[in-house]
Write a protein that binds this ligand. Structure first.
Ligand code: FAD
Length: 460
């Protein structure tokens, strides 16, 4: 980048808030997604909306790519500066502006860490439900932009169900305000939803209004072991059909069970085809009733063993198996791809079987775990990026996994977004008209294609 542009950026954000040395830039050349990296030309950390606006006016006039970035934990290469340009680091936007317990709303800046927001609302007996595995690292802006979910998505949904309003700086530097604190607000196009999950391709979010919900008074966790995958699948559907919506309903497949047991020794039977981990929450009387109902359904669907946690220590032990899933798999090989194929919940066993077939066909190691209750599975492929022949097979297996998910009526992403990695499957899911419509929106809001270019909708 020309030195006159660096000087202009310094005038906007101050000399101490711009990084240009090779060593510093290298730290922002990648994110949590394996296989993608590219050096930016500058990392710019604005302090307020006006500075974001001035940076974007400059970048738009000079046609410099801009990549908004929170903590860089996304799994879709969403913050990789693939065309050089500016990484716009939003972590100085770290204020919780208001917790309005009368309206069950919080207003925060996008650099606030999600767990910090939850800590702030806890004293009011409230929670902000989206809870990705990275809850202590990921920013509110990153999670809103990825439409992140997490373990309690089955009952509580994903980020888009909680975003009530936004302040967004558009590519030309103009400042847009959407939504507000109103529970009912149907005026105009739903611009709040448009920018939620836009992965930084349509604007830079500078303020977020979110809905909060009362914290559940009680929780009950249980674990069920199945020697037959189909029975586990039937149990998942039957729990929901019994009109109980657990906060969490997770599955571990056999490959994951074996790896977790080897790694954490939590007492899982390594021959089991599936383990279901379930938590119901809410008012104590209802929780007891729902836990009893779930146990009944698990028995009726031939669970070999059911364990209900009687206290916090037992609850912790149950969830230790789930917490160990990703680190245990990641320890096997140097590279870990955590994928995000999602299907209607009745298709979970079909999807797990298809993943296992792809693993065998292409001779790659895949463990599948994830949010079975909402059909959101994480086939986790462990491999070695340096091994070209193996990577060929890994990418073929991925193709098969995503085309199967779509064939089963699923979606490319339940919570991790599209970014770059899944771009090539987008037309399969949305068709030519769907892609054209999205590109039309992108072009209208960002005619010079400076915001996260090449991501989500591809080249403009
Ligand atoms: C171990 C591990 C576990 C994970 N578990 C989960 C999980 O359970 N559920 C889940 O949903 N995800 C999960 N993730 C993915 C990741 O944590 C989420 O995508 C998270 O939302 C990213 O937040 P971030 O602050 O790191 O955002 P970043 O990675 O910095 O950015 C994410 C995207 O948002 C855009 N962006 C960031 N800030 C802004 C802004 N202010 N304005 C506009 N665009 C912006 C970026 O350009 C990028 O496209 C996991 C990741 C890892 C590594």
């Amino acid at each position: 980048m020309e030195s006159r542009l660096i000087n202009d950026l310094k005038k906007i954000v101050g000399e101490q808030n711009i990084l240009t040395s090779k060593e510093d830039l290298l730290c922002y050349a990648y994110d949590a997604t394996p296989g993608f990296s590219h050096m930016p030309e500058a990392v710019v950390s604005p302090a307020d909306t006006d500075e974001v606006s001035r940076v974007l006016i400059l970048a738009n006039n000079e046609k410099i790519p801009v990549y908004p970035r929170g903590s860089g934990t996304n799994l879709s290469a969403g913050t990789v500066p693939t065309k050089g340009g500016i990484v716009l680091l939003m972590t100085r936007f770290n204020k919780i502006i208001e917790v309005d317990d009368a309206n069950l709303v919080a207003i925060a800046e996008p650099g606030v860490i999600v767990a910090e927001l939850n800590k702030a609302v806890e004293e009011f007996g409230l929670i902000y439900p989206p809870d990705p595995g990275t809850v202590t690292t990921a920013t509110l802006g990153g999670t809103v932009s990825e439409n992140a979910g997490g373990l309690r998505g089955l009952k509580y949904g994903v980020s888009k169900h909680y975003v009530m309003g936004l302040e967004v700086v558009l590519a030309d530097g103009s400042i847009l305000k959407t939504g507000g604190k109103n529970v009912k607000d149907v005026a105009g196009y739903d611009l709040t939803k448009l920018f939620t999950g836009a992965e930084g391709t349509l604007g830079v979010i500078t303020r977020i209004i979110v809905k909060l919900v009362p914290a559940p008074e009680a929780k009950k966790s249980m674990m069920a072991i199945f020697s037959n995958l189909d029975n586990a699948g039937k149990a998942i559907a039957a729990i929901i059909a019994s009109k109980v919506i657990p906060a969490t309903l997770e599955i571990l497949d056999n490959a994951t069970i074996r790896t977790v047991e080897d790694y954490a020794k939590v007492g899982l039977p390594i021959e089991a085809e599936a383990v279901l981990l379930i938590e119901v929450d809410g008012i104590p009387e209802v929780v007891e009733k729902e836990a009893a109902k779930v146990t009944e359904v698990l028995k009726a669907n031939h669970a070999d063993k059911i364990q209900v946690a009687q206290d916090a220590a037992e609850r912790d032990k149950i969830w230790a198996a789930r917490r160990a899933a990703l680190p245990a798999l990641a320890k096997l090989r140097p590279t870990t791809f955590t994928e995000d194929a999602t299907v209607p919940r009745s298709k979970v066993p079909d999807m797990i079987r298809a993943v296992n077939q792809a693993a065998a066909k292409y001779n790659v190691t895949i463990g599948t775990f994830g949010h079975a209750g909402d059909g959101n599975l994480h086939p986790t492929i462990v491999c070695d990026l340096r091994d070209k022949a193996e990577m060929e097979r890994v990418y073929q297996a991925m193709d098969e996994i995503f085309t199967t998910a779509i064939r089963l009526g699923g979606t490319l992403s339940g919570e991790h977004g599209i970014g770059l990695g899944k771009l090539k499957y987008m037309e399969d899911q949305f068709g030519a008209v769907g892609i054209r419509t999205m590109r039309t929106i992108k072009k209208a809001l960002d005619p010079n294609c400076i915001l996260n270019p090449g991501k989500l909708v591809g080249e403009c």
